[in-house]
Design a protein around this ligand. Structure first.
Ligand SMILES: Cc1ncc(COP(=O)(O)O)c(C=O)c1O
Ligand SMILES: N[C@@H](CCOP(=O)(O)O)C(=O)O
Length: 463
């Protein structure tokens, strides 16, 4: 399998290359040159496979010759063996039309574990093979950070610098990152938003002073391997609900567009999907882009769903490339314009191409609280704020009556205890596997929100 950059000017790489590269050299994101496709019969044959085996089956075409089927299977067994639920991503029914796909049974209680547990193992495998070291620089609005740190802490040949926006993540999210004491983990709180942190990460990849000294890697969903692993649970859910004979719709609480793009990939691979609902909070750039072609970033507003407080949505570029004609040169020009003005209009082809599969719904604080309250009262399910925004999307969207709607439950409600308690009156307890999170000592550095400060810190502290 070959991977090309969405901006058309970076070297073509294989799976090992893209996993270690993270961002493409031309500032674009890697995507497969063409989508592998499963036949109806092949998808039917996946029914009943345990999650780890399904994962290896779905991902093998993307991995190509970089890992044998047996080794990929072993890594999947290891990654998903750490999940607290035997089904790994169990499906829970809310009512006749609605299900939630619980993606939070991993070590750090959010959907990020599904991909990052595997990515940590892939890094270890490939770095040992190449006898190389990787310096990961990541940005988090709360969940990627904890999942990535858990996945790489104390692993050989890798160290991680994780940037989070100071004061804009929940206390559980922050502690999950800052109480991990490992020599290869560096937590940095920056004064600014997630978008500021993400922009710094992308800038590091293009900074030759840094890249001449350090091999920089990514754990954010700019790394293709992240998305690849997230494709699997779309198959898992659809197969349980009658796929591939029956179409299924998914509502996905969305920020950086990684999770919902994985749904697009599943559809490209042949999984019959009726619709993907892009559910946003009031940071609604994606809703505006999909509903009237206006991709313009405003200031980030802090909400009770902090992990989605994002305006510049990295993976949207992958969609624009894929549905807009796969023209890297034209997209590079369009993205350059966006970088300068923080605004652009989708082309007709991009808009029409996106609307074949996607629709969008925006939720404000009261929509989110109502969805949480409804799930609690009518279904006995306590949802986290992000999942509640997804459920609101599922409830708003009008689809044929025989199409099941699956909301992706992206985080455990205990990660956002205060918001959940405000909406439902119930304060969820942290699962026992979190240990004594509030008794452990925290360690992190607070830096001004400037690129220069972050770059100097990384250069000074990198091993
Ligand atoms: C709990 C939660 N829900 C939803 C999202 C949005 O996912 P994505 O950025 O892949 O769109 C995130 C962050 O990425 C998250 O942490
Ligand atoms: N919501 C994320 C933001 C980063 O997104 P990613 O999927 O690109 O890593 C977070 O919780 O950190």
């Amino acid at each position: 399998m070959e991977y090309v950059s969405t901006r058309g000017a970076a070297p073509v790489l294989d799976f090992e290359g893209v996993t270690l590269a993270g961002l493409a050299q031309d500032g674009g994101l890697y995507v497969p040159r063409e989508w592998p496709r499963f036949s109806h019969t092949e998808i039917t044959a996946m029914r009943g496979l345990p999650y780890a085996r399904l994962a290896a089956r779905v991902m093998q075409p993307f991995v190509g010759g970089c890992l044998g089927a047996e080794r990929l299977g072993e890594l999947c067994e290891q990654a998903y063996g750490r999940f607290a639920h035997r089904a790994v991503t169990p499906l829970v029914q809310l009512d006749e039309r609605n299900w939630v796909l619980e993606l939070f049974h991993g070590p750090t209680l959010a959907f990020k574990d599904v991909a990052l547990q595997l990515l940590g193992l892939l890094f270890e495998e490939f770095l040992a093979r190449e006898k190389s070291q990787l310096t990961i620089v990541g940005a988090t609005s709360g969940d990627t950070g904890s999942a990535a740190i858990d996945a790489v802490a104390n692993r050989d040949n890798v160290e991680i610098f994780m940037l989070h926006p100071a004061g804009r993540v929940s206390d559980v999210q922050r502690r999950q990152m800052t109480t991990v004491r490992a020599a290869n983990v560096h937590n940095i709180a920056i004064e600014g938003s997630f978008d500021d942190a993400q922009a710094m990460v992308k800038r590091i990849f293009a900074d030759e002073t840094v890249t001449s000294r350090l091999r920089i890697g990514a754990v954010n969903s700019i790394n293709w391997a992240r998305l690849m692993a997230q494709v699997v649970y779309y198959f898992a859910a659809a197969l349980q609900l009658g796929g591939p004979e029956r179409k299924v719709a998914f509502s996905v609480p969305t920020g950086n567009f990684g999770d919902v793009f994985a749904g697009h990939v599943a559809a490209r691979m042949g999984l019959p999907i009726e619709k993907l609902v892009v559910a946003t909070n009031v940071n609604d750039i994606l809703h505006r882009a999909l509903s009237d072609g206006d991709y313009s970033a405003g200031e980030v507003t802090s909400t009770a769903s902090p992990s989605m407080d994002i305006q510049v949505s990295s993976n949207f570029e992958r969609l624009l490339f894929d549905v807009g004609g796969r023209d890297g040169v034209a997209l590079a020009e369009q993205m350059r314009g966006f970088d300068l003005t923080r605004a652009m209009r989708l082309t007709e082809a991009q808009s029409q191409g996106a609307l074949d599969l996607f629709t969008s719904v925006r939720a404000d604080a009261s929509d989110m609280a109502s969805a949480m309250d409804w799930a609690s009262r009518h279904c006995g399910q306590i949802l986290d704020p992000h999942t509640a925004i997804g459920l609101h999307g599922a409830q708003q969207v009008d689809l044929p009556a025989d199409v099941p709607k699956v909301t992706l439950a992206t985080a455990h409600p205990a990660k956002f205890r205060d918001a959940v308690e405000r909406a439902t009156g119930f304060r969820p307890a942290l699962p026992a596997r979190m240990g004594h999170l509030f008794e452990r000592e925290e360690a992190f550095e607070t830096l001004p929100g400037t690129y220069e400060a972050v770059r100097a810190y990384i250069l000074e502290h990198a091993a």
